[in-house]
Design a binder for this molecule. Sequence first.
Ligand code: SAM
Length: 282
Amino acid sequence: MNHDEQIGDVVNFYDTHPINEQQILEKLERDKVDPNNVTEDVLQNYDQDHFGGVAANDVLASLAGIDRDCHVLDVCCGMGGPSRYLAHNYGCRVTGIDLAESRIAGATRLTGMTGLGDRVEFRNANALEMPFADGTFDVVISQEAFCHIPDKDTLVAQCARVVKPGGRIAFTDILVTDSTCQSTRARLQREMTFQELASAVSYKTALEREDCSLLEHHDVSDKWRVILADRLVMYRNLKDQTVDRFGEAHFARWDSAYSFFVGLYETGELGGGRFLARRNTD
Ligand SMILES: C[S@@+](CC[C@H](N)C(=O)[O-])C[C@H]1O[C@@H](n2cnc3c(N)ncnc32)[C@H](O)[C@@H]1O
């Protein structure tokens, strides 16, 4: 598969994802929340698309030392849940980028609803070609997205380029383990659009090559095993909405792919890591 095909697959995966703007708006309506009067304190419970909800945002924020003086880049921001949360709760400015235009359009509309548009902005961009000058950001963050990006060396080089010297890069990602076999990687690429999976060691090497120091690495595999079992139940509870929107066959494909993915945490064929790196100063 060439690079354009990989990108097309990821965009299609997120254009037909069970968690989407429409699904969020319908859930708000079912919960009797007026979308014209929704605050970030409420919306934050509906719009996070990573493992561990808003608590995971706080862990990353604390790791990276995010405060009101920071300009944060949220790489692969999805519908902007973490970006809005960080701006609202830490007072920082956040720029989010995402490959999928539908995600950026949704992120922009949801942000408008919460009135956070003065501190949070979004751009449709590929993380492998970030449209920012060198040293623009104090902090770069990302959650559960780098797995979709081929060419981790370029990705890490881009993150290191756009962060200021002394700035921090804090992220979580799905990782291979010693027991991840080739057929598992191939199926995850086909069904979950995980274009390339890294390990803790490969991230350390890539970061050091870009003049960054890996300050902390936490193995979150055990935590994610529990969270992912709950997420599978959550996606199954969204069956009716997913079938209405994308059809029965799409739901069946999703369910098969996601249960395979979740099962890999039971067998130890996949893991997870949380990383903090700092770009070295001269
Ligand atoms: C699991 S979602 C995570 C969203 C968000 N980080 C959150 O926690 O709510 C992964 C996101 O990565 C985006 N993505 C995948 N490959 C990308 C790339 N090369 N450049 C930018 N975004 C990308 C997808 O479009 C998707 O929105």
